[in-house]
Every structure is written in C-alpha cells, then in structure tokens.
Write a protein that binds this ligand. Structure first.
Ligand SMILES: C[S@@+](CC[C@H](N)C(=O)[O-])C[C@H]1O[C@@H](n2cnc3c(N)ncnc32)[C@H](O)[C@@H]1O
Length: 234
C-alpha cells in the first residue's frame, strides 16, 4: 500500500541503521532527503547511499532552511508535504530519511503535523533511529544515566540560563546544537566545576568523528553543526 515512512537512519554510520530501516529503504519508490543549504550533501542520504538504487528509486533532495523564521520554514515544510502527497497519490511509497531518530529534534516532526492536519488519509509509519546521543555515549563509553540519576536534553539555543539551571538539577545534561554558543558553554562548564566531566562529540559515527574530553582541547577547537556535549555531575 502506498504510504509514507519516516526513517531514522542513525548518526551517520550505515552499520547503525536498523534492519527495518534498511528493508524500507531498499523497497521504497521514493527517498526524500533533507538538506539545509542548496548544493550541500545530505548527511542522511550519504548514510543510506548503499541501500538506495537511483536507477530504480527516485531520490529527492529537499532544502529545509536552517532558521527559526517560520515564514521561511512553513513554506518549505508545506512544499515537502505536497511533494510527498503527490507521490503517494500516484501509488508510490515514500521514505523520508532523517539523521538519528525522527522524533528527536527533527524536521520530520513539523511534517508529521502537516500530514495529520492536511493529509489525514495518508498512512505514516515511523521507524526509530539510533540517536546521536546514544551513539556519542557509546563511542565514549560514558554512562548517560544509572540508578536514580536524572538526565535532560537541551538544545543550546535554549540559552545559558536554561543550561545553568539544568546543570544544577540533573546528573547528566546533554547539549545539542552547541555551535553558536560554544565559547559561553565552555566558560559555564569551568565556572560550575564541570571541566573534568564534560565530553564534546562531533560527527559521531562518521569518518570525521571527533571526541574531546579535555576542556583546553575543546577551547582550541571550532565545532561544526553536528556536535553535542554530554556533561556529567562530577
Ligand atoms: C536537529 S538535531 C537532530 C537530532 C537527531 N534527530 C538525533 O536523533 O540525533 C541536530 C543536532 O543533533 C546533534 N547531532 C546530530 N547528529 C550528530 C552527529 N553525528 N554527531 C554529533 N552530534 C550530532 C547535534 O547537536 C546537532 O546540532
């Protein structure tokens, strides 16, 4: 039956795709991969390249601007939803691929809302993916939480006061989207005695993976968008 799958493809390592994700990607008629900038490589597409046969399957690279400006985002989501709905109306199965997990800070969440509102007749199945957080913890061998410990995930865009509050309340704080506030975050970690218990992880699961546990090495590094931090209470 023609339908839409949201497929979490994990953090960038093709071996970290689930068997279900691989099966759906091999059989879908259309694969839709998001990018932020025109001409950019799609990390999700790079991850699944070996499972997609472009001679048989249609690959659509769709641009979703990296902005919080809703007047630019909403048209991009609506355009993608319409594009997918057109393919489904033709009897095709569409796989929307997303890095990590589709329901964790992913563009797919906005699309899901549009589908539920504007195309309720289309069936959607969500295939969970291994998130960047789980992968980062695994490669570094750092526990995320144990026993009665509490853990929180915060996009650094929530602001420094929110991060400071979280550090006081939770044993583990995971920061996503650290790039724009990196220097301020490092300063906060120093001030709150977290210099020895923080981990910086960039491009986990890819050939460019970088793991830093030394705060001076972190300070000397310029992070890219695909980087996160795991901060444990000392
Ligand atoms: C829009 S969120 C997507 C999260 C994704 N859905 C997941 O489950 O991991 C983007 C943020 O996730 C983190 N991220 C995603 N992939 C990553 C990777 N391969 N290595 C390190 N951090 C990553 C970064 O903090 C990045 O700014």
């Amino acid at each position: 039956m023609a339908m839409v799958y949201a497929v979490g493809v994990g953090p960038g390592d093709p071996e970290l795709l689930t068997r279900k994700a691989e099966r759906i990607l091999r059989s879908a008629d259309v694969i839709l991969a998001p990018v932020s900038l025109p001409g950019d490589a799609s990390v999700a597409h790079e991850t699944v390249k070996e499972f997609v046969d472009e001679a048989r399957q249609e690959l659509i690279i769709h641009q979703f601007p990296m902005t919080s400006d809703k007047s630019r985002l909403i048209p991009a989501w609506q355009e993608a939803a319409a594009l997918i709905a057109d393919r489904v109306a033709e009897g095709k199965t569409v796989a929307f691929i997303t890095i990590g997990d589709p329901l964790l800070y992913s563009t797919f969440i906005y699309l899901l809302r549009i589908f539920r509102e504007n195309y309720p007749q289309i069936s959607i199945e969500i295939i969970p993916g291994i998130s960047s957080i789980n992968t980062a913890a695994a490669v570094a061998g750092v526990p995320l939480a144990e026993a009665e410990e509490k853990i929180v995930i915060i996009p650094a865009t929530a602001g420094l006061p929110a991060i400071a509050e979280a550090l006081a309340a939770y044993e583990t704080v995971v920061l996503l989207k650290v790039k724009p506030f990196y220097a301020d975050i490092l300063e906060l970690l120093r001030q709150t005695g977290r210099s020895e218990s923080s981990l910086f992880v960039e491009r986990v699961g890819s050939a460019r993976q970088l793991i830093l546990s030394d705060i001076s090495a972190m300070a000397a590094h310029s992070p890219d968008y695909l980087s996160l931090m795991i901060i444990r209470r000392p």
